[in-house]
Design a protein around this ligand. Structure first.
Ligand code: SF4
Ligand code: ZN
Length: 302
């Protein structure tokens, strides 16, 4: 006998160990969307006239993010969504995710901006990493993508930049910073407000476990690409992910506890660590704390 949903009499498609709930498709979808709406209401305060830039890679997280934001805001004429995809230039990987991103934005009728590292920085990520072996691809990719995202978000007048980080991503990042003893960095990573030139980052999926993001994409038949980036092997994150997953199995709710604890610490210590003063990078004009921004430093500009 199939197990029944605890909110109705339909067959359950998921058991949430952390909540003790069996849910059917309808109630699972409602639950995911409720968590996202609550996060947006509590943390990101969307207002009349907002332009929300949505980082869309074409993977499951960003596809679910855009789908749900569109579901919530498409009826509001005073809020605009604009999807941004960065083509880093990763052969054999980015082409497919880009196709999925295009498929979704045209299906939803959402404006879509695609920009590449090649056009912006003169080189693809593959070329950059082939030439400079000191740092891993992810160091270049992360810094340059963040910088370009912020630049485009500013260009289109966006006042929020939403990314698809899920609960697992967030819990891993918190733990990694703990393991590195980097409390200050952790606090600074979550500015509660926009800083001059730096568009406020929003992570509406931060309360949704990764597995549920994937299931949500599947049951809604969203177009997403499942391939993994060939450079994805950040060792520490992998170890931390396995450790947290093991804890989650033994102690359901661990991921939520890690995030809750972090949010409390930010609430208390946020005042102790005043946000850094930002200036414009001497070369590219993007906001930074020093004379040159991280992106320009990495690119060897001087
Ligand atoms: Fe970029 Fe690394 Fe992510 Fe690949 S795994 S997209 S190189 S940050
Ligand atoms: Zn710069």
């Amino acid at each position: 006998m199939p197990i029944k949903c605890m909110k109705c009499n339909r067959d359950a498609i998921i058991f949430q160990k952390y909540s003790g709930m069996h849910l059917c498709k309808k109630h699972f979808i409602e639950d995911v969307e409720r968590k996202i709406k609550l996060t947006i209401r509590k943390q990101y305060n969307v207002e009349k006239g907002d332009i929300i830039a949505v980082a869309l890679s074409g993977g499951k997280d960003s596809v679910v993010l855009l789908h749900v934001l569109h579901k919530i805001f498409s009826k509001r004429r005073d809020v605009e969504l604009v999807a941004i995809t960065i083509d880093e230039g990763i052969e054999g990987y980015r082409e497919d995710t880009l196709r999925k991103a295009r498929e979704l934005t045209s299906e939803l009728g959402v404006r879509h901006i695609v920009r590449s590292f090649k056009d912006e920085y003169g080189k693809t990520l593959d070329e950059l990493t082939a030439q400079e072996r000191e740092l891993g691809a992810c160091s270049y990719c992360g810094v340059l993508r963040k910088s370009l995202m912020n630049k485009i978000a500013n260009e289109i007048g966006a006042n929020k930049l939403a990314t698809g980080h899920n609960l697992d991503d967030e819990a891993q990042t918190v733990m990694m910073n703990h393991l590195g003893g980097d409390v200050e960095r952790m606090i600074r990573l979550s500015p509660p407000r926009a800083l001059e030139g730096l568009v406020l980052r929003a992570k509406p999926l931060r309360k949704v476990p990764e597995k549920e993001v994937a299931l949500y994409a599947i049951v809604n038949e969203l177009p997403f690409d499942m391939s993994e980036c060939p450079y994805a092997h950040e060792a520490l994150r992998g170890e931390v992910r396995d450790m947290i997953n093991e804890f989650e199995v033994k102690h359901p709710g661990t991921k939520y506890s890690i995030l809750r604890g972090f949010d409390k610490v930010v609430g208390i210590l946020g005042k102790e660590f005043p946000q850094a003063e930002l200036t414009d990078c001497r070369i590219c004009g993007e906001p930074c704390t020093a004379d040159l921004c991280q992106a320009c430093k990495l690119l060897g500009r001087s």
